[in-house]
Design a protein. Structure first.
Length: 192
């Protein structure tokens, strides 16, 4: 469990901060002004911090700062790209698919940090984490890893899956959607 705990906490924190604690109004406004990107980043960082509390120490503080600052910078670049006009065809493709690129970068950073921390065995439960784990074991017999996996799946099925499907199906003013609907093609007879 110790090797996976940071990744599980970071993923649940990311899902909470980037989907569940971000209103539609904030999503719209953060593409307009930098202040809303800062506001979203503070909310996101708070979600990550709360979930990292069971393993928090000075070394985990470094990971927390990297995750928080990188999230802010990625969202700031996303805002700039969304506000930039399509002068170059390659840039238009990026603008149309910025949501997927944004999420891939966030997840890649979380996985990289968790992998580095697990490789060097930096993550350990502190007194808060030990207390929470003892309470958890008194309440249930299920593995904490399985519980976190189930929680992550439920969180993904909720709001993120809906948003991802909506974003990938958005109509492009210059062409079809990213996911092209099945088109029945005319059958060509073999024998005439």
């Amino acid at each position: 469990m110790q090797n996976n705990i940071m990744l599980m906490l970071l993923i649940v924190g990311h899902l909470s901060g980037d989907y569940y604690f971000q209103s539609e109004k904030l999503v719209t406004k953060k593409n307009e002004k930098c202040w809303f990107v800062i506001k979203h980043s503070i909310i996101y960082s708070f979600c990550i911090l709360v979930l990292l509390l069971p393993i928090f120490n000075i070394k985990v503080l470094v990971a927390f700062l990297i995750v928080s600052i990188s999230h802010f910078l990625i969202d700031l670049v996303k805002m700039k790209i969304n506000n930039y006009s399509c002068e170059y065809p390659t840039f238009c493709w990026i603008k149309r698919n910025i949501f997927c690129l944004d999420q891939l970068l966030h997840i890649a950073i979380l996985i990289t940090i968790a992998f580095i921390y697990a490789t060097y065995n930096i993550v350990a439960l502190n007194c808060i984490g030990a207390f929470m784990l003892s309470v958890y074991h008194n309440v249930t017999q299920y593995s904490p890893v399985k519980t976190f996996c189930l929680l992550t799946i439920l969180l993904i099925i909720g709001k993120p899956a809906n948003i991802i499907i909506r974003e990938m199906n958005k109509k492009d003013p210059e062409g079809p959607s990213f996911i092209k609907p099945f088109q029945q093609q005319e059958l060509v007879p073999i024998f005439d």
